[in-house]
Design a protein around this ligand. Structure first.
Ligand code: HEC
Length: 145
């Protein structure tokens, strides 16, 4: 084989390798995009309802009045706020303290793409206790505890 032919062969091989690299990179990029988008669409969940305690019922009324607009009916989420009946908000990961703090001071966007949560100073800590009870009872009914 002449040197010219050898060189031509080598060039072709390099070109094929380069093309394969581009295809592989595109595939990784596409996969990352799909995973990211599916994480986003996990923003709402289906919540199984349950018989509530008296405190839980009071919490439900308070939740409906103030939190539902963003966190959805029964904490199932909307495009303005995340579902609270969600594994992220299980007691081990977000203790009751996180709820008192969120209502008193608001929340900086960090887990979701919905922006910041504004503080809800009109909701007293006693009312938050009831709302927590409501959310925790729903969490338990949905296998989150
Ligand atoms: C205007 C919309 C809005 C309202 C009203 C609202 N929230 Fe939120 N809330 C959000 C958003 C958005 C987040 C998510 C922030 C993030 O993690 O990216 C959030 C996060 C939270 C968190 C998680 C806090 C943390 O430490 O990550 C709790 C708990 C919470 N909200 C409780 C409540 C309760 C209880 C009410 C009603 C008293 C309420 N929210 C009302 C939008 C809202």
């Amino acid at each position: 084989m002449s040197d010219d032919k050898q060189a031509e062969k080598k060039r072709r091989r390099m070109l094929i390798l380069a093309m394969l690299a581009v295809v592989a990179l595109a595939a990784v990029g596409a996969l990352a995009f799909v995973l990211h988008e599916s994480a986003r669409s996990e923003g709402t969940v289906t919540v199984k309802t349950t018989a509530l305690s008296d405190l839980g019922k009071q919490g439900e009324a308070l939740f409906r009045a103030t939190c539902m607009e963003c966190h959805g009916e029964n904490g199932s989420g909307t495009m303005q706020g995340p579902p609270l009946v969600h594994i992220i908000y299980e007691p081990r990961h977000h203790s009751d303290k996180a709820f008192y703090l969120a209502v008193a001071t608001g929340v900086r966007q960090h887990h979701w793409p919905y922006g910041d949560m504004p503080a809800q100073p009109q909701v007293s800590p006693d009312d938050v206790t009831k709302i927590i009870r409501f959310i925790r009872e729903l969490q338990v009914a949905n296998g989150i505890s």
